[in-house]
Design a protein around this ligand. Sequence first.
Ligand code: FE2
Length: 244
Amino acid sequence: MPRLVSTLDQRAFGGLELDVDRVRAALAATGHVYLRRVPDGFDHVAQLTRLGPAVPQFDGVVVRDVRPDPAVDNSVYLPSNTRELRAHTEWFEFPGPPPRYQALWCVTQAEGPGGETTLADSYDFVAGLPPEQLARLRARSYTWTPTAALARSGVSYRCRHPLVEDRHGALVVRFPCDDRCRDYDALMAGYLAAGRRYFAEHRLAVRIEESGVLVWDNWRMMHARNAFTDRRRHLRRLLMADRR
Ligand SMILES: [Fe+2]
């Protein structure tokens, strides 16, 4: 059975105003919503931050451009080239709670195959884990430090957090895209392997159009990207904190 993307027609529901109640209802039901037919003049930052305050990057940037960097070839694993990205949740390795919501919209759509954003429900994934494994994941905290690139730019931290935790009555699932955790162990290896299998089986794919905005609950959804070839592909990203 094809997996259906939860969509809202922005022209029909809100126009230049985000229908926050309707968007929240969609996010609560499926963990994501794709706004289609978003009119010209829609103020992405002003409207989307009605879901929660913007979370700036370490360099203070609020809206991040996601597009291939001419200086970055595909020999490295980075968002700034055209390779497939592995399933992950955003900011799994940073101090504090991860951003609650993530939004992507499109400046220039890629032509040709690939470039879809893919999503799968990590709440459903962890609910299917053996109870003993889930209990160990809740009890175990892992240590994270900045990547070498971030450290070179002056960012310094050391944080510890579990991969699955309850926060103000909501479940927070962190899903790393690599094994750079300081305490990487067999428990995490098993979790990543099972999560990647789940993602491959259950992901849905969204090709974000130039009039579209994809929003998801980053505490609940893993996301990734299919490889693409058109280097003009240009998206913009905004992260929003939980309101509580
Ligand atoms: Fe990401």
